[in-house]
Ligand binder design. Structure first.
Ligand SMILES: [Zn+2]
Length: 396
């Protein structure tokens, strides 16, 4: 923890000399600005240095011409307790993901909890306990939106009202429990929505023994807010069904690292042709059978930029502003009033790319030089990415 919590939580932070500012906004992905001013964890100014009030800063960060993006959001994780996952029996996996530029994670269900209760009282209790625990404890500062119950047969409207009143804001992946029929899922998703609980549905073949197939007809009928891992987790629906989902639904199109990579690339291309890139969001679906991927979100951005012909600056929006808007988060965009969650990056040393954006377009990962959450520096040069050419400097 030698590099953690270098700056103080409160007070003014001036971030200057930014070489490239990625906004997270798919309509305007690159800002003509070199300075961000933060106060008490929120962005209070964005612009040219001379136009910003930079007096009285408690901490100054000289970016030395590097790139700043909103902190990355992993739209699909399966956390269990604190910074431990029983799936691969790893500890500190979230700290490792922080070093991949991720500042917010969204639970798609605490499904790996050993002995996970499947009765209705038990599943509600687990959801409420998870929501409370991750709200009270942020591993290495990472915001984990936890408490996502896996719905089971027999739940009634008052169960959703009760969950919402207790602070639960998400459903775990619909389809991982006993509710697998379209009409039944539709009813429960509608109840959840009525009480302000957002829903994600599992898409594709079974993820692990015991789960089942969810095909396009069930997904269209259920009408959950997010078409979870549309590229399968791991096994994808036939590509024709995936196209139909993009065309006939208006819901979020979630692509994950632990899915079918070919379908991920084809889907991004299709979404581009349909002019609905604003619906595309990224997740890892980790921890999972294929492991934990600390660089999973960066790897997806590089994959889509290099193989699906998505401009790098737009691919970053899939993991920032798109997710924030769809999931109603206060981070994910560089604009006044938003949380000061940032990832500072540069080209990796010895990439063939002529600049940062080009290096990802060529398929290389960037180097992370610093990650900030709520105005607090949480790590400096990443221990996991390839080394960045240049990294920001902190001046007190
Ligand atoms: Zn799934």
């Amino acid at each position: 923890m030698a590099t953690a919590a270098i700056a103080e939580a409160s007070g003014k932070v001036v971030i200057s000399n930014i070489g490239l500012m990625l906004s997270g906004d798919i309509q305007d992905p690159i800002l003509d600005a070199d300075t961000i001013v933060v106060n008490d964890g929120k962005i209070i100014a964005v612009g040219k240095y001379k136009d910003c009030d930079t007096e009285g800063a408690r901490t100054r960060i000289d970016c030395r011409g590097t790139v700043v993006s909103p902190g990355l959001i992993d739209s699909h994780v399966h956390p269990v307790a604190g910074d431990w996952t029983p799936r691969q029996n790893q500890i500190n996996w979230i700290d490792s993901v922080l070093h991949g530029g991720v500042t917010t994670m969204i639970s798609a269900g605490e499904v790996h909890y050993p002995g996970r209760p499947k009765d209705i009282v038990g599943l509600k209790a687990l959801a409420i306990a998870s929501q409370r625990a991750f709200d009270a404890f942020r591993p290495s500062g990472v915001k984990v939106m936890g408490g996502a119950p896996v719905i089971e047969k027999g739940m009634v409207e008052s169960d959703f009202a009760e969950l919402a009143a207790a602070g639960v804001k998400l459903l775990g992946e619909v389809g991982l429990g006993s509710v697998k029929a379209g009409d039944e899922a539709r009813q429960m998703v509608a109840w959840a929505r009525k009480y302000g609980i957002q829903s994600t549905i599992h898409t594709g073949g079974p993820s692990i023994p015991g789960s089942g197939l969810i095909d396009k007809d069930v997904i269209l009928e259920a009408d959950a807010d997010i078409i979870g891992h549309i590229n399968g987790g791991h096994t994808s629906l036939p590509y024709q069904q995936v196209c139909e989902l993009c065309e006939r639904s208006t819901r979020g199109i979630e692509l994950v690292h632990n899915g079918n990579e070919r379908i991920s690339i084809l889907t991004a291309r299709h979404a581009n042709e349909l002019k609905c890139l604003h619906r595309v969001i990224l997740g890892t679906d980790g921890p999972a059978g294929s492991g934990v991927q600390p660089l999973g979100i960066l790897r997806m951005i590089a994959q889509l930029a290099s193989l699906a012909d998505i401009p790098t600056e737009l691919a970053f929006c899939f993991a920032t502003g798109n997710t924030a808007r769809m999931r109603d988060l206060d981070c994910g965009l560089i604009e006044i009033g938003r949380a000061a969650d940032f990832v500072f990056m540069d080209r990796a040393q010895h990439t063939a790319g002529k600049d940062f954006l080009d290096s990802l377009q060529l398929g290389d990962l960037p180097g992370v030089g610093m990650v900030m959450i709520d105005g607090v520096v949480r790590c400096q040069r990443s221990r996991n990415t390839p080394p960045a050419i240049e990294v920001p400097a902190i001046q007190h």
